[in-house]
Design a protein around this ligand. Structure first.
Ligand code: SAH
Length: 237
């Protein structure tokens, strides 16, 4: 056993998620695969098991403290990197219809192998948000889109909101200084058909501050968005 399962169970419970023994075993296996693969590939700077438990696993499933997806909900993790928050969400809720996308192929290969090794099922696509967001197969098809540590909220909203169904939810998982990001992104969110409905700030057990920004999709996103990458970075909304 690599991780302290009690630590994970407690941290998850505080955030409102009960983890079964089977789920805890999967988290243990996930930590093992992450640590092993990280020796030959740059997946994460977080290397200690206790830190992985708090900063990756508990932080990822904190999403469920803001939103409880319906059974089988379609959920997209945009810019999943080494699979966060996507893989922990799927371990805790294997009924979810999860898609993980990222623009870095080698990380996604690790993610795909890991999902399989854990006996789970998810779709994994190598693409950029700006491209997939224009594709009718993905556009406005998700009940929930979530994203952690990918971009500032104004840019992130242009990446994420095009994927959300009208009536669905975008959850931006942020650390400190979320208020500044919100102030800078209000106009972008409105332009893209979203509305901030809630902001939940809490602390992980290591004292780290986190904020979940909950954005409802209230109208269709104009076909103008997402714009090409160069425009998004040169002239963020
Ligand atoms: N969500 C993970 C990874 C964060 S690192 C975590 O919290 O641990 C940011 C990731 O976003 C990187 O893997 C990068 O490849 C991806 N990314 C950045 N811009 C992107 C874009 N426009 N489309 C898709 N993926 C993107």
């Amino acid at each position: 056993m690599i991780i302290n399962k009690e630590l994970l169970k407690e941290n998850a419970a505080i955030l409102g998620t009960e983890l079964s023994d089977e789920m805890l075993d999967k988290f243990d296996k996930l930590a093992d695969l992450l640590i092993e693969t990280n020796k030959s590939m740059n997946l994460t700077a977080i290397k200690e098991p206790d830190e992985i438990v708090v900063k990756h696993f508990a932080d990822s499933i904190s999403l469920f403290s803001a939103i409880i997806p319906e059974n089988g909900a379609k959920i997209l993790d945009l810019g999943t990197g080494a699979g966060f928050p996507g893989i922990p969400l799927l371990i805790a809720r294997p009924d979810l219809n999860l898609t993980m996308i990222d623009s870095t192929e080698k990380k996604l290969k690790y993610v795909a192998k890991t999902v399989e090794a854990l006996g789970l099922d998810a779709q994994v696509f190598h693409t950029r948000a700006e491209e997939a967001g224009k594709n009718p197969i993905y556009r406005e098809k998700y009940d929930i889109v979530c994203s952690r540590a990918v971009a500032a909220l104004n840019v992130l909203s242009e990446y994420c909101l095009p994927f959300v169904k009208v009536g669905g939810t975008f959850v931006a998982m942020k650390s400190a200084k979320a208020d500044e990001e919100i102030a800078q992104a209000k106009q972008a969110i409105r332009l893209l058909g979203g509305e901030i409905t809630e902001k939940k700030t809490f602390f992980l057990s290591d004292g780290g501050e986190r904020t979940l920004i909950i954005i409802k999709k209230i109208s269709h996103t104009s076909s103008k968005y997402p714009r090409p990458s160069a425009q998004i970075s040169k002239k963020p909304l």
